[in-house]
Design a protein around this ligand. Structure first.
Ligand code: GTS
Length: 214
């Protein structure tokens, strides 16, 4: 298997944690993609993922999987013991729901703020996101507020349970971790009153897969 990604970036981190959780790191060849140089928006990469985002997983049969959720589903089920995406119908439903909330309320909102209300990855790259990119938009700025509300939401969730989707570490935790990494890059601090979220972060940061992602 090959993973096309950009080391140290938030969405790639989600999959690198999954690979470490599942003990699959040694089975993957990493192919670096130069995001700041907009390599992901060029023809060769778009043939692998038409949405022009990393990460992408290439299977041995030449199939390309994009979207962290799809890649996680695939990797998690390889050994017949899905620990990150749920075993029972209820677990699968709850994990899917919470990870989607983590995308829409956190990591994707931070991405919109970063790309549409800050210089983002620079003019060479951002022109692909918005042809009239000028570095700021009200729509982008609103997503910072949305992301902060998302942090407060997950703080409430984590007051009641140890992990984002319940009793066990799951794909939903990986998405929130990616979101908080992106928040750091975008200079959106976790509100100090979000103590449950901060305590969760300190705890999951000690997991071997988070300490040493693939
Ligand atoms: N929903 C996608 C997924 O789950 O894979 C999001 C992927 C994504 O947005 N990746 C970012 C990207 O390629 C990389 S990261 O910096 O957010 O981690 N961004 C480039 C672009 O032009 O959108």
């Amino acid at each position: 298997m090959k993973i096309y990604d950009t080391p140290g970036f938030p969405n790639p981190l989600r999959i690198r944690i999954v690979l470490a959780e599942k003990g699959l790191a040694s089975q993957v060849e990493f192919v670096p993609i130069d995001l700041p140089a907009a390599e992901h928006k060029q023809t060769a990469f778009l043939a692998k993922n038409p949405t022009g985002t990393v990460p992408v997983l290439e299977l041995e049969d030449g199939t390309f999987l994009s979207e962290c959720t799809a890649i996680t589903e695939y990797l998690d089920n390889l050994d017949g013991n899905p620990t990150l995406t749920g075993k029972t119908p209820r677990e699968k439903g709850v994990i899917h729901m919470m990870q989607k909330r983590a995308e829409s309320e956190l990591i994707d909102s931070i991405g919109i703020y970063f790309h549409h209300a800050t210089p983002g990855l620079g003019a060479r790259n951002e022109v692909y996101k918005s042809p009239d990119w000028s570095g700021r938009s009200e729509w982008g700025t609103m997503h910072r507020v949305k992301a902060e509300a998302g942090m407060r939401y997950f703080n409430e969730v984590l007051k009641a349970q140890p992990y984002v989707a319940g009793e066990h570490f799951s794909m939903a935790d990986c998405t929130v971790l990616g979101g908080l990494l992106f928040a750091r890059y975008a200079d959106i601090p976790v509100p100090a009153e979000c103590t449950a979220l901060l305590e969760w972060k300190a705890r999951v940061d000690q997991r071997p897969s988070v300490k040493n992602p693939a």
